[in-house]
Design a protein around this ligand. Sequence first.
Ligand SMILES: [Zn+2]
Length: 228
Amino acid sequence: MDPLFKEEMLDNIKRDRYFQAFESLKAKLEEKDTYSLYTEWWETKTKEESEVLDKAYDYEEEYFSDLRLIDYKDELFAVKIFDDKEFIDSFEGEDILYKLTIDDGWRFKLVDYDDETCGGLTSYTEKLVEISNTYNNKDTLLHEMIHVYELILKSYQLDDFVLLKLYDELLPKVKNLKNLINLDKHIAFKEHSLLFILKSIKLDLELGYNLGTIYAYGREDLYADNLI
Ligand SMILES: [Zn+2]
């Protein structure tokens, strides 16, 4: 079984999200490929969902060149090829860059959750981002978009690489960064990866937000208490 699918199923079951687990399994069993899911969604999406998609495209351009590996392109992919007595610069493995975009069939749905504290959910296997109608705003969309790219990076085992890049970048900029990271080391907070935490902090800095805003789930207050 696809390890990411298995992980997603177990995660849903662990968090009592039986309906989501059922839906993912149903999609898997029906072998509904993501392309047909996308076509179906494209034909039925609401005006608000189209707006969310447009915003996601804008944010992708503006805020995610790091998670999309564009910032590290030369370092990751540049290889010199010796061809006919000449060295030619070439890029190997650039295919990954075409996967690291929401333009690769990702769908955005606006939903009503019973749990009012949940702003959204991202499914890698279904290429689906759900945003709660209550939390249909920039911060929630950016939060879910971090999940999108981290899951794709994970599937290519490149999440660790970006994690170290973000850590190096943020360490001189955020006083007590390690304290903030340590707040999430408890197993109960396992929902958000270290890569997620660092990218959310980086976005907070870029947007002039209080640290913890993009992460949400009370992190703004928690971080404020631990910055000193
Ligand atoms: Zn999240």
